[in-house]
Design a protein around this ligand. Structure first.
Ligand code: NAD
Length: 491
């Protein structure tokens, strides 16, 4: 089945104080689809004045919103989930058009997962109970949680609606007002969501500001009108955001880059065919969803005993991947999200070749037919080399997997941990001892064992080392958006 490009208006505004408004300076930027480089629409090129207007709206709304009951907030979060679900196909199409990922992914993963995150935090906030204990017969000790006030959220382009849905629900459930800046490469689904839910929250509770990092993101993260900054994006940008927020002594959460290892032990080849097929898919498909996933298993480590046989199957499976029109439901791999990203990946392919990595498959751009020839497609690529190479160490964020071998458990762990990052990791083994001991030894916030790329709302997610700090998802997330007050009440 094939879909086609959805319809857009000529231009869209920021969403501030419950309505769409033009940017103060009147400047817009063109947003283009990476599928075929066609124009999608124009979005506000917001500046400090726009950010200030959104922050003023959020500050005006915060006391009233912060005093709503958990039940009221929970009802509204569930309403958002229902609205996204009722328009699932429209959101999926807009996301595919804006980001280039295949409709198979947006229909089956990005949008349904977004729905679930809204429902999850609607449930969490209701399930909470306050705690009160007696200090003595006359004194009650009570902890209450209060919202922080106004939260700035800045998100990347790789999962536009899902990253928004990781960020907004816990902040709103905890009683905060939010100003969120989507990535300039993918403003469309956040805008569509505001169109659909414009009347759900009181004005000022949710505000969306479009624009570029230095022009709109920086004044947002630096503002004294903000009580917290939650950021997802590149590690180097995260370092800047921390500097901006530190001026106001504001807390930050940092969800940053990764270079995740996916480790295959000898026992993988002894297992039954079903398991082996799953492991091959684990090496291939989870790496090649454009490779634009922070936890992309971009380093494959294979034990000596199975290296040749296993890699033969991995390469054959990679060569069979269908990279085609992202609007076709049979397409496995779509377009890279932008021309910049496309150029960056091609430059890393050159770096890899220059430093001596062997190209096992792919290794170049893919010129598709017709209008798609203008889109940004890179062939799924496997580079063979060693872990000290730049292509093994630096985040390429494309469909480029680097493979190397190891002899024993100690070496597997050493290579896995030999990177600045610590976001995700995969371990594939049939050995009971390794099931637990290898994940324990890996310095990463999420380790999948005999699976990969599941992101349930209840599983805490976040980085070690330069992949960031703080966690997303799980009920604990609410406390990243609140402060605790203890009251000792004597009578
Ligand atoms: P990016 O850092 O370039 O941009 C992210 C956001 O920050 C965008 O909205 C951008 O406009 C804004 N920004 C850029 N410069 C800024 C500045 N000086 N001040 C304020 N805001 C600024 O990242 P990207 O290229 O959009 O996204 C890809 C990166 O995101 C990868 O490194 C990926 O690993 C990471 N990521 C991490 C997670 C996670 O949960 N750890 C999830 C998804 C993506």
């Amino acid at each position: 089945m094939s879909y086609s490009k959805p319809q857009f208006k000529e231009k869209y505004g920021n969403f501030i104080n419950g309505k769409f408004v033009d940017p103060v300076g009147g400047a817009y930027f063109e947003n283009r689809s990476p599928v075929d480089n066609s124009l999608i629409a124009k979005y506000p090129r917001s500046q400090k004045e726009d950010v200030e207007a959104a922050l003023d709206a959020a500050n005006a709304a915060k006391d009233s919103w912060g005093n709503t009951s958990a039940a009221e907030r929970s009802t509204l979060l569930n309403k958002v989930a229902d609205i996204i679900e009722a328009n699932l196909e429209e959101f999926a199409l807009v996301e595919t058009c804006d980001n280039g990922k295949p409709i198979r992914e947006t229909l089956n993963a990005d949008i349904p997962l977004s729905v679930d995150h809204w429902h999850y935090f609607a449930a969490c906030i209701r399930a909470e109970e306050g705690s009160a204990t007696e200090l003595d017969a006359n004194t009650l000790s009570m902890n209450i949680r209060e919202p922080l006030g106004v939260v700035a959220q800045i998100i990347p382009w790789n999962f536009p609606l899902l990253m928004l849905s990781w960020k907004l629900p816990p902040a709103l459930a905890a009683g905060n007002c939010v100003v969120l800046k989507p990535a300039e490469q993918t403003p469309a689904s956040a805008t569509l969501l505001m169109e659909k839910i414009a009347d759900v929250f009181p004005p000022g509770v949710v505000n969306i500001i479009h624009g570029f990092g230095p022009e709109a993101g920086k004044p947002l993260a630096s503002s004294a009108k903000v009580n917290k900054v939650a950021f997802t994006g590149e590690t180097t940008t995260g370092q800047l955001i921390m500097q901006y927020a530190s001026k106001n002594l504001n807390p930050v959460t940092m969800e940053l880059g990764g270079k995740s290892p996916n480790i295959f032990f000898n026992s993988v080849m002894d297992a039954d065919d079903d398991y082996l097929d799953k492991a091959i898919e684990g090496a291939v498909l989870f790496a090649f969803n454009q490779g634009e996933v922070c936890t992309c298993p971009s380093r494959i480590l294979v034990q000596d005993g199975i290296y040749d046989k296993f890699m033969e199957r991995v390469v054959a499976r990679t060569n069979a991947i269908v990279q085609a029109n992202p609007y076709d439901t049979t397409t496995m791999v779509g377009a890279q999200a932008s021309n910049d990203q496309f150029e960056k990946i091609k430059s890393y392919l050159n770096i890899g070749k220059e430093e001596g990595a062997k190209v096992l498959c792919g290794g170049e751009a893919n010129k598709l037919d017709g209008d798609l020839a203008n889109g940004f497609y890179i062939k799924p690529t496997i580079l063979e080399g060693h872990n000290k190479m730049r292509v093994f160490q630096e985040e390429i964020f494309g469909p480029v997997v680097c493979v190397t071998r190891f002899s024993d458990e100690a070496e597997a762990v050493e290579i896995a941990n030999d990177t600045l990052y610590g976001l995700g990791a995969g371990v594939w083994t049939r050995d009971a001892h390794q099931l637990y001991q290898i994940p324990r030894a890996i310095k990463a916030g999420r380790v999948w064992v005999n699976c990969y790329h599941a992101y349930p709302a209840h599983a805490p997610f976040g980085g070690y080392k330069k992949s960031g700090f703080g966690r997303e998802n799980h009920q604990m997330m609410l406390n990243y958006y609140r402060q605790t007050k203890n009251m000792l009440i004597s009578y």
